[in-house]
Design a protein around this ligand. Structure first.
Ligand SMILES: [Zn+2]
Length: 461
């Protein structure tokens, strides 16, 4: 089933019908995290959007080869390692593990490859040597810069006129030139690699260009990233590959919008830290994932905890539906059935530039209509009706992944921990804490009832 998929291509500024270079496999690259700190919710908005893109392609029977880089060397990592007086790879391995753990627990599929920058330094050096030997780059004081004028590359496609590159680096010949290799400086202390131009390290744009072209080739189908990477990062990634290959590097550029916290963009540099870890204390990971998909990926979201509570309510509603009609979750099941109209509308919404709000609307309309039609007969639902509902639930979850498949115990560890904390608080007559925990459980969609046999939780109606 290969349906028509349309993606909004950030470079052309319009929706385009998706046609991969090779119909048997889609090549997709996503810019990954810089592992100097734990990722925040804004980072995961982008990463869940990568997962969504891949799942929608797979739903349409495309096989996807995906590569996501891990930036494990950069100025922030060096300064953190040197100020904490620890090896840089102590910092990067710690935050890489946190990133991958959260990636998995938020139900993102693993990409074909996660690739660390530091494992490809020699490939980056030979790529820079190729640019130098073609006169597309020049060396100044041990640093290497891309020569934007000599490369004769079309720069205008990435940048609108009002965007001005404010980098005042005096070593560069032209404003639009950029670093490929950064020479060692005293503050870097012991962190450097040897190169034909002296000690130093590759620059970020070069990391992504080399990892993408080494693992996927010089022409890829889809390049994803947060909108803040469009310029200059993606421009610079693209022009250096195209200078050498003389081919279009990426056919579809997909950029996700920011998650905002009040008035500011959520980024570490602005100090607006909202870690997944801290949110997990109050909300389920499934509700965090669903929240990140409730808005269209190209719309800004302003974060507020009520939105997570709303997402949790949506999940509770689906879980009640599943319980009520005794439906089975089975990730493969929907493929065995012919899709009904509502399912086709759901798939069409996703194929229309990943329109998740519209797809959610179709899905919840189905649930509401089904409830109205069958509520009196929940106990003796006809097989055909049950199959229809199971098919759609499983189709929904194949993309949204916010229902736990095959979980024998519906209580997550988080809920169990909260219940235990409440019992402890009650034993110690700490009523205030016990009430706070009861409220947290309520936010997660659970009501606690104290019975002679101990506390029991039931899903909120
Ligand atoms: Zn990148």
């Amino acid at each position: 089933m290969k349906n028509n998929i349309e993606f909004y291509n950030s470079i052309s500024g319009r929706k385009e019908t998706f046609k991969p270079i090779n119909s048997s496999q889609v090549l997709l690259y996503g810019c990954g995290p810089t592992v100097y700190d734990a990722p925040h919710l804004g980072n995961f908005r982008t990463f869940v959007f990568y997962d969504l893109t891949i799942r929608v392609l797979e739903l349409n029977d495309f096989s996807v080869k995906s590569v996501i880089n891990i930036t494990d060397i950069d100025d922030k990592i060096i300064s953190r390692a040197n100020s904490e007086k620890v090896a840089y790879d102590k910092i990067t391995s710690k935050y890489e593990s946190i990133f991958i753990d959260q990636w998995k627990r938020l139900n993102n599929q693993l990409p074909t490859h996660f690739i660390r920058a530091t494992e490809n330094i020699s490939e980056m050096i030979s790529f820079i040597e190729d640019l130098l030997s073609n006169n597309f780059a020049y060396v100044v004081n041990g640093s290497v810069y891309f020569d934007s004028k000599n490369s004769k590359i079309d720069y205008d496609k990435f940048v609108s006129n009002e965007e001005i590159h404010k980098d005042q680096n005096s070593e560069k010949k032209f404003q639009s030139d950029f670093a490929l290799w950064k020479a060692w400086k005293k503050e870097d202390e012991e962190i450097f690699w040897d190169s034909p131009w002296g000690k130093g390290r590759p620059a970020w744009h070069t990391e992504c260009s080399v990892i993408a072209s080494n693992f996927l080739g010089n022409s890829i189908d889809i390049h994803c990233g947060g909108i803040d990477l469009k310029f200059p990062h993606h421009q610079n990634e693209s022009v250096q590959v195209e200078a050498l290959s003389k081919k279009i590097f990426t056919r579809y550029w997909l950029h996700s919008e920011h998650l905002l916290l009040e008035e500011d963009k959520m980024s570490k540099s602005l100090g607006n830290i909202l870690s997944v870890q801290s949110l997990e204390e109050e909300f389920s990971l499934e509700s965090i994932r669903l929240f990140l998909m409730t808005a269209h990926y190209r719309s800004k979201i302003t974060f507020n905890k009520n939105l997570l509570i709303e997402s949790q309510k949506m999940i509770s509603k689906i879980e009640r539906f599943i319980d009520n009609f005794n439906l089975r979750l089975d990730s493969k099941k929907f493929k065995n059935y012919d899709f009904v109209n509502e399912e086709i509308d759901f798939i069409n919404a996703l194929n229309d530039d990943l329109n998740t709000p519209k797809a959610l609307g179709v899905f919840f309309n189905f649930i509401n209509d089904f409830n109205k039609k069958n509520n009196s007969s929940a106990g003796n639902l006809k097989n055909a009706e049950r199959e229809k509902a199971e098919s759609f639930i499983n189709l929904f979850n194949s993309v949204f992944q916010c229902l736990s498949v095959g979980k024998s115990n519906p209580l997550s560890d988080n809920i169990k921990d909260l219940l235990q904390t409440r019992e402890q608080a009650r034993a110690e007559k700490n009523w205030e804490l016990a009430d706070q925990v009861r409220d947290s459980l309520s936010n997660l969609g659970w009501i606690v009832e104290d019975t002679p046999k101990g506390p029991k939780v039931i899903r909120k109606k």
